[in-house]
Design a protein around this ligand. Structure first.
Ligand code: ZN
Length: 202
């Protein structure tokens, strides 16, 4: 950033604030395009859960029970819903995945924070985010809940990537060498995410 020589301090501060906001916007490369192609979720629909391809199976809960129930059995993900909600299982599936993400991702952040001795101030598992992960200048790490559809190694690589941003809030050489040393498989993980992008749209 180059500043003109004679500017009021106030303007410098404003420019720096703008620049910081811009860095926050730019700091991540993991694009998560929300496609318009929401396929129908129904019995037989394939669904990725922690990297494993499951087949969704819808069933009605016994009468009087309202709380959705999810069970993973072999290749299938059994989703039991009140019968009046069977036609639109998406909100329940989404909530279940979000809960799974909140269980699975924060421990991975703790692991990498310990490994790299870089500690975030806050971790958010986002409802709607345009990226798989991001890191703010205030030390907040955010992750898209749908990341939990990816295999644990891929989740680890994205988490490691964002934790490394706590040291370098950019994609400089120093950032990449820190990440390369900590998580040598991160490029494969990024490839996996690109290849499975469509399968990870819910
Ligand atoms: Zn990044």
């Amino acid at each position: 950033m180059v500043l003109p020589r004679r500017v009021a301090l106030r303007e410098v501060e404003a420019t720096l604030r703008e620049f910081a906001a811009w860095v926050d916007e730019q700091v991540d490369v993991h694009g998560v395009r929300e496609g318009p192609l929401c396929s129908e979720l129904t019995t037989g629909s394939p669904l990725l859960v922690m990297g494993a391809r499951r087949r969704l199976e819808l069933a009605a809960l016994p009468a009087g029970r309202v709380r959705p129930r999810f069970t993973i059995e072999d290749e299938r993900l059994l989703c039991e819903l009140p019968s009046d909600r069977l036609l639109d299982p998406r909100p329940a599936v989404e909530r279940w995945l979000r809960r799974l993400a909140r269980q699975e991702i924060p421990p991975r952040v703790d692991h990498w924070a310990g490994e790299l001795d870089l500690h975030p101030r806050r971790v958010i598992i986002g409802e709607r985010t345009s990226r798989w992960g991001s890191c703010s200048s205030r030390g907040t790490l955010s992750f898209c809940y749908r990341l939990v559809m990816a295999p644990p190694r891929v989740v680890d690589a994205i988490v490691a990537h964002e934790v490394c941003h706590l040291a370098h809030l950019n994609h400089s050489k120093r950032f990449w060498s820190l990440l390369d040393a900590a998580c040598p498989w991160h490029r494969e993980a990024e490839e996996w995410l690109k290849e499975h992008h469509e399968a990870m749209i819910l």
